[in-house]
Ligand binder design. Structure first.
Ligand SMILES: NC(=O)c1ccc[n+]([C@@H]2O[C@H](COP(=O)([O-])OP(=O)(O)OC[C@H]3O[C@@H](n4cnc5c(N)ncnc54)[C@H](OP(=O)(O)O)[C@@H]3O)[C@@H](O)[C@H]2O)c1
Length: 240
């Protein structure tokens, strides 16, 4: 499989969970993979395990996508090493389940800064290069919470619905330049994000993160003539 040979894929939030699986999937398919998150120690561990096939070369970058100056620094490093980015996966995200009355203003802001503004700022860094080149893909990891109502999810749902709308608008803005924006809408997926969430969850019924990663790579491998714009990936058994 050489679909992504010499391509550069940036994955935010790749120190664990879905992002780590996406990084592995693209590395398996011969891409150069840049993994980014706040925890450089974890990232270095993930980096060690990424398969290097052909001439591929991977990079780990400490970056807090909730802070603009950190994104500035991170992308300066990334674009220095790889001036042309082919795929950006806006995956990094946080979650909490809280009653509306328990959400402090600063919790709301952190949710929006991380799950929505971070994707906007990271996209801004790569879109000019993609438009110039006439190709590229932005993948936004939204959530079923954006399209289906769950209680205790007001902040998370609002951010993830905002991300969908952001992606839809950006897609039209860059469509004629040969750049695509794919909104991925996962349902409950078994990752460490569930470790600290209140409630009882049957994680055996959740989606495998590797299935999400494989679907994204398959979508990105489509010829430029065909695009997938939105995909919902949910547990076959569950209603979440
Ligand atoms: N798991 C699910 O059921 C599910 C369902 C739908 C959508 N999603 C979405 O899928 C994405 C990945 O979730 P996951 O389940 O894999 O969660 P996870 O296991 O908790 O991983 C989240 C990743 O995001 C990174 N991250 C968090 N805040 C960050 C920040 N400010 N800057 C940079 N990186 C940050 C974390 O790395 P550091 O801590 O090292 O920064 C980590 O690598 C999220 O956007 C989530 O909302 C998940």
């Amino acid at each position: 499989m050489i679909a992504f040979k010499d391509r550069v894929v940036v994955v935010t939030g790749a120190s664990r969970g879905i992002g780590q699986a996406i990084a592995h999937e693209f590395a398996d398919k011969e891409a150069n993979v840049v993994i980014a998150s706040r925890n450089i120690v974890l990232l270095e561990e993930v980096l060690k395990d990424l398969p290097c096939t052909g001439n591929s070369k991977h990079l780990a970058v400490e970056m807090d996508i909730s802070r603009e100056e950190s994104i500035e620094r991170g992308f300066e490093r990334i674009l220095n090493m790889y001036p042309s980015i082919d795929i950006l996966v806006n995956n990094a995200g946080i979650a909490f389940f809280k009653l509306l009355t328990e959400i402090r203003g600063e919790d709301w802001d952190r949710m929006m800064r991380t799950n929505l503004k971070g994707a906007f700022l990271c996209s801004q860094k790569v879109i000019p290069g993609m438009v110039l080149k006439g190709s590229g893909i932005i993948v936004n990891i939204s959530s079923v919470s954006a399209i289906k109502a769950f209680p205790y999810n007001t902040a998370y749902s609002a951010a993830k619905a905002g991300l969908l709308a952001f992606g839809n608008s950006l897609r039209e803005e860059v469509r004629k330049s040969g750049v695509n924006v794919v909104n991925v809408i996962p349902g409950a997926t078994d990752t460490p994000i569930w470790d600290d969430l209140n409630g009882e969850f049957d994680r055996t019924k959740m989606v495998d993160r590797s299935d999400i990663a494989r679907s994204i790579a398959d979508i990105c491998a489509l010829s430029g003539k065909t695009t997938v714009e939105e995909v919902i990936i949910r547990p076959a058994a569950g209603d979440f």
